[in-house]
Write a new protein. Structure first.
Lengths: 254, 254
DNA sequence: CGATGAGTTGAGAGCAATCAAGATGGGTGG
DNA sequence: CCACCCATCTTGATTGCTCTCAACTCATCG
C-alpha cells in the first residue's frame, strides 16, 4: 500500500471532479437532475478521500454529511460486544452514504480500498431534497434496490452452505464487473477481489479460515484459478452459478 | 382455524374502512397526507382480505396492485430450487406491500394470520406519487426503516447462535408490542406468537426442531414460560435481552 | 375415537468453528 | 539486489453446534 496524504482530515476541499465529467453522473442520487439542479448541487458539494483501511464514520457517532461514493469500495459493519462482526452493506461507486433525517451513523463505515466521496453537508442537502423532488425520487429507487440486495443477502446468510456462499459472492462480483462493461457475464472472467479473506468472511457470515478453505476447494474442482492473493479467474461463470444454489441468474443490473 | 369466506378472489370490493378511522392512518404510506390528498386516495382504494395460510402473491408473478397492510401479519419468502426457504420480510400493520415501478412480485407474499389490505392499482398509485411528493417522501422514510431492520437481521443470521436468534426474535416482538402501547418493554411480558415454529425457523435461518429445542431450553432456564402452542410469557425482558447477544437495547420504534 | 397438523424430544451425522502451525509474497532496509 | 519481515493466507486436527431422521405427544376436529 503506497503512502498517501490523508486528505480526510483536511478541511473540506473544493470539488476535484465537476459534475459534467463525473463517472457516476447517471447512477448516483443526482442521476435524474437537470442542468439547473446540478448547478445548485455543484455549489454545495465537496470531495473527500480516504485510504484503504481508514474508518470514514464510527457507528453511533455524529455524521454531519451525506455523500455519493465516486470511486473505491467501502463497507458498513456492525459489531456485537464480544467482537463478532457482520458486514451489513458494501458500497460501490454511485452508492449513497448516510441517511437524510438522521444525524448519527448507524454502522461503522470503512474504506475497503482507497475511496473518494462527493459530500454534502446534511442540512443543505435535506433542504435541496425538500425543494427538488427528483432527488428523493431517485433516492427511493436506490434504497429499494438496496433493500432487494439485502434480501438476497438474507437468503445467503440464512440458508446457503459455505461453498454456496463463496460461489454466490464471486458471481455477484462478476455480474457487477459485467454491468460496468455493459455485457452479460459468461465464459472466463478475471476478477480482482476488493476484499481480504477476513472482510469476505464478515460479508458471508463465515470465518476467514472457512473462506480460505472453500476458495481452495473451488480451485481444486477447477471452477476458479487463483492469481496471487487478490486475483481470481472464474473458469466458467455458468458452472460457478450452478454452485451458488440460486435457481436462476440473479437479476441483471439495469 | 374457522372456515371463512375467501374474499381474496372476489372482485375488488368497496373500501370497508374509511381513512378517517383507519387504524394505521398515521404510520402508513399515507401518513403525511392532508385532507385533500386523502380524498383522492380514498376514491382509488379498495380492501382485500386473506385467510391465514393463503398466498397473496407468488414470486415472479404479475402483481397489479400495491397495498398497505391494515391488519394481520404477512411474510415475504424466497425459496431455492431444492426447497430451502428463507423469510426475507415480515409485514405488520402499516407496512407497505409492492414496489412502485415494478410489475412483478420479487418474493412470495403469504398471509401468516388473517390479513386485511388497503389496495391501490399500481398505475394510478404511481400517478398519485408523481403528483404528490408527500407519498414518495413517506415511502422513502419507510423503506429506509425497512433497510435498517434488514441489516439488523443480517447480523442475526450471520453471527448469532440459535439461542441468541430465538432470544432476539422474542425481544423484537416484545419491543413491537410495547411500541403499540407506547411503553418501554420491561419486566414480565405476555406475547402471542404470530408465527408457527416452522415460520420462525424460516425467519431465523434454523430448522423447526432447533427452534423448538431452544424454546424449551429458554423455558428450562426460567427465561420464558410457554402457554399452549402460541403463548409465551417473557419472565424478564432485560434478562432475555442479555441472551440476545446485542450490545444494547435495539432502537425503540418512534 | 381415529385422523390430522403442530410441536417436542432423542440419537447420530456432518459441517463449519476453533485452535494451532506453516506458507506466501509484497514491501523495506541493509 | 537480496534478504528479511510482517501481514495475509493456507492447511491440519479437533471440537461442538445445528441439521437430519425418527419416534412420540398433544390438542383439535370431523
Amino acid at each position: 500500500m503506497q503512502v498517501k496524504l490523508n486528505t480526510a482530515e483536511r478541511p473540506p476541499s473544493q470539488a476535484l471532479v465537476s459534475c459534467d465529467d463525473c463517472p457516476i453522473r447517471y447512477r448516483a442520487v443526482c442521476a435524474n437532475c437537470e442542468a439547473g439542479d446540478l448547478e445548485r448541487l455543484e455549489a454545495a458539494k465537496y470531495d473527500r478521500s480516504y485510504q484503504a483501511g481508514q474508518v470514514i464514520a464510527w457507528a453511533g457517532e455524529r455524521m454531519d454529511f451525506v455523500a455519493s461514493l465516486i470511486g473505491g469500495v467501502a463497507s458498513l459493519t456492525q459489531t456485537l460486544e464480544d467482537g463478532r462482526t457482520q458486514m451489513v452493506g458494501l458500497l460501490l461507486p454511485s452508492d449513497f452514504l448516510g441517511r437524510p433525517g438522521r444525524d448519527r451513523a448507524s454502522y461503522t463505515v470503512t474504506a475497503v480500498t482507497d475511496v473518494t466521496l462527493c459530500c454534502f453537508r446534511r442540512k443543505p442537502f435535506e433542504a435541496m431534497m425538500a425543494h427538488n423532488p427528483r432527488i428523493p425520487a431517485r433516492l427511493l429507487e436506490m434504497t429499494l434496490d438496496e433493500l432487494d440486495a439485502a434480501r438476497e443477502w438474507l437468503m445467503l446468510l440464512g440458508r446457503k452452505s459455505a461453498r454456496e456462499k463463496i460461489a454466490s459472492f464471486l458471481a455477484i462480483l462478476a455480474r457487477r464487473e459485467a454491468a460496468l462493461k455493459r455485457q452479460r457475464p459468461g465464459g472466463a472472467i478475471d476478477l480482482t477481489l476488493p476484499l481480504t479473506r477476513e472482510a469476505m468472511a464478515d460479508y458471508l457470515g463465515l470465518t476467514l479460515e472457512t473462506v480460505s478453505r472453500q476458495m481452495s476447494a473451488l480451485k481444486r474442482d477447477n471452477l476458479i484459478e487463483l492469481r496471487g492473493k487478490r486475483g481470481v479467474v472464474l473458469v466458467d461463470y455458468e458452472l460457478l452459478l450452478a454452485e451458488s444454489g440460486d435457481d436462476e441468474d440473479g437479476g441483471l443490473i439495469n
